[in-house]
Write a protein that binds this ligand. Structure first.
Ligand code: PEP
Length: 251
């Protein structure tokens, strides 16, 4: 079933010990409403199981921040999609820029991770986005086109894929593209996904990069923006709630 809009996902990155992660998860579960879009959190692996337990049967998606492309094996330090599923996760982020650019992960590896995550029954949140250098050189669409061609998993559709456009230069910087740019890029993404995947026009599209309480409503109001992927502001449940509620109900 397609995810209810607006979708508000929080990437906790490498922040959170057990006690504060439990408190953060409890706060999100307390404001999540079954009649208001889809809210999700992506905690560090070490607290994922606790977050699953805190959330219980309340309507909060819990996901991993990354996974390997194999179900098991001699891959020290890695976590497989099957393990995430076993821990109670329902989703996973793949291709985040902090892994693509920070750790040198390429499109093909990202595509294999996404395929493995789908096979394990996880919702895939596939991140794409250009660097500042690429943006300034006018290569945004060329980069997005290459990332889609290289990392979209074959056969994916609205029930198991979400695509997040996250310009690298907007992540954690307080800078965002203009609303016009966000509208234009998400319109382009919608057309590209429709062309590349059966059912691709229904795949949910997120914007990510310095989403805060004061810019969330404007971003979420853009026609092809189905939701947002929030980093820093998702660590503060008050800010995260504000962003969740900025989307309005029933879109
Ligand atoms: C992210 O990490 O995906 C992100 C969008 O971070 P921030 O909101 O802090 O820019």
């Amino acid at each position: 079933m397609p995810l209810a809009r607006p979708i508000v996902f929080g990437n906790w990155k490498m922040y959170g010990l057990r006690a504060d992660s439990r408190a953060r998860a409890e706060a999100v579960a307390a404001f999540a409403r079954p009649d208001h879009g889809t809210v999700g959190v992506f905690p560090p692996f070490t607290v994922l199981r606790e977050v699953v337990e805190v959330v219980g049967d309340r309507p909060v998606v819990v996901g991993g921040q990354d996974c390997h492309d194999r179900p098991e094996g001699a891959f020290t330090g890695s976590i497989s999609p099957v393990m995430l599923r076993d821990a109670g996760a329902g989703a996973v982020i793949v291709g985040h820029s902090e892994r693509r650019h920070g750790l040198g992960e390429g499109d093909d590896f990202v595509r294999r991770k996404a395929a493995a995550a789908r096979a394990a029954g996880l919702l895939v949140v596939l991140c794409i986005g250009e660097t500042e250098e690429e943006y300034l050189a006018g290569r945004r669409y060329e980069v997005l086109d290459r990332q889609l061609a290289g990392s979209l998993p074959e056969g994916a559709g609205p029930e198991d894929l979400v695509v997040a456009y996250e310009p690298v230069w907007a992540i954690g910087t307080g800078r965002t593209p203009t609303l016009e740019e966000i509208r234009e890029i998400h319109g382009w993404l919608r057309r590209e996904l429709a062309r590349r995947l059966a059912g691709g026009a229904e795949v949910a599209l997120l914007y990510g990069g310095s989403v805060k309480p004061d810019n969330a409503a404007g971003i979420l109001a853009q026609p092809d923006v189905d939701g947002v992927l929030v980093g820093g502001a998702s660590l503060d449940p008050g800010q995260f709630r504000h962003i969740y509620e900025a989307g309005g109900a029933g879109r």
